[in-house]
Design a protein around this ligand. Structure first.
Ligand SMILES: Cc1ncc(COP(=O)(O)O)c(C=O)c1O
Length: 383
């Protein structure tokens, strides 16, 4: 048997043997969308700071200003020591940005997703949950915390979803559909209008994760999920800072602030983060030129990867995968790219299904067409 410490060591060794052990590699931000790793300077094709806002002077300055005025911490859960005007004002701005009745701030996207479902199930016990097979781990955490058994439909397969809703779903007291508008590891999109129609046909509630759409896709960068019952999105990616929102009806937000464990029992997001979000909301609607530039870079990168014979999985966003297959080859190619000055994500199971390990290349507004060309040449050599 051995002690728990021995079992931990054993588990880590097993991960190592399968090539699946992760390590935290010191990598610090440097100017112009680059990263410093040891002596090397790498062009960042791995992060989610699509608009480069995390280093934008307006966000930095507003974070500083709100910190000077309001301090570094929020002190408690908003239900305990009273909500701050800054939280309420920001939520009103988010609701206006998303076109919903209300919005609620969360400390992180993971936390929001892990919270939404258990709260909804409090209001609708026995509801059946239909999740796209590729939804993010945090939504599975929400399902597990709610104790529901998910009906997982094939990725973006609306016929499969319909069949499941008409089958077992028909007898359930309520039905909830969960998807992402941009899938985080494939970069492809869900058809939200079609999902809305299916949800209406089957009297189902539609929840959409806009983590990778917020700021970078849709009119004014407001995402692609208009019409969903609950939209969750993050401020940690294109919005350049941290935290998350849920945008929904007033009643749904009130339910989350009453029955959402990740809201009720967690300290509210702090002033520096609120300031950065506030500044991002000023800038993002006017960044159409950056969004168009990123879209054009995406076309260039996907076309180039296809020429190299790599599967880009229907990507139509700043997330561009290049499927390699096996773990070892993926890691080797990722390292070879780093040796040539490019950091691309190397994504392995359990984040993606076995046999589909991949490079995950992400685009930023600061990338130039020449950078994509050089990345493609380096990928070709690394292959
Ligand atoms: C699709 C998706 N949802 C949720 C999250 C979690 O968001 P956060 O990083 O703010 O916790 C992520 C980020 O990793 C994501 O990719």
């Amino acid at each position: 048997m051995g002690s728990l410490q021995e079992r931990i060591a054993g588990h880590l060794s097993a991960l190592e043997a399968d090539g699946l052990r992760r390590r935290l590699v010191p990598t610090d931000p440097a100017p112009h969308g680059t990263l410093r790793r040891g002596d090397a300077t790498l062009l960042d094709f791995a992060g989610n700071d699509y608009l480069g806002l995390s280093a934008h002077p307006a966000l930095v300055e507003r974070a500083r200003e709100w910190t000077s005025r309001l301090g570094t911490g929020s002190g408690a859960s908003r239900l305990v020591s009273g909500t701050r005007t800054a939280h309420l004002d920001l939520e009103a701005r988010i609701a206006a940005f998303k076109g919903t009745e209300a919005a609620l701030l969360f400390a992180s996207g993971w936390q929001a997703n892990a919270t939404i479902l258990p709260a909804l199930l409090r209001a609708a016990p026995g509801a059946m949950v239909f999740t796209d097979r590729l939804v993010h781990a945090s939504m599975h955490a929400g399902c597990a915390a709610a104790g529901v058994r998910q009906a997982r439909y094939r990725h973006n397969d609306l016929a499969d979803l319909r069949a499941r809703l008409s089958g077992k779903g028909a007898d359930a007291p309520a039905r909830i559909i969960m998807t992402e508008s941009v899938f985080s590891m494939d970069g492809d999109l869900a058809d939200i209008a079609a999902l809305r129609a299916i949800a209406d046909e089957h009297d189902a509630f539609l929840i959409v994760d806009e983590a990778h759409a917020t700021g970078v896709l849709g009119p004014r960068g407001a995402g692609l999920a208009a019409g969903a019952d609950v939209v969750m999105g993050t401020f940690s990616k294109a919005m350049g800072s941290f935290g998350a929102y849920v945008a929904a009806s007033r009643d749904t937000c009130a339910l989350l602030s009453n029955a959402g464990s990740g809201f009720v029992y967690s300290t509210a997001p702090p002033p520096p983060v609120l300031g950065a979000i506030d500044a991002a909301l000023d800038l993002v609607p006017g960044m159409d030129a950056e969004r168009a530039h990123i879209a054009a870079l995406g076309e260039q990168l996907r076309a180039g990867l296809a020429k190299l014979g790599l599967d880009t999985r229907g990507s139509a966003s700043p997330v561009v995968p290049a499927v390699i297959g096996e773990v070892e080859a993926t890691m080797r190619i990722g390292e070879a790219l780093a040796g040539r000055g490019f950091l691309a994500g190397t994504i392995r199971p359990p984040t993606v299904p076995k046999g589909t390990s991949r490079l995950r290349m992400t685009l930023r507004a600061s990338h130039r067409s020449e950078d994509i060309q050089r990345l493609l040449e380096a990928t070709s050599e690394a292959l």
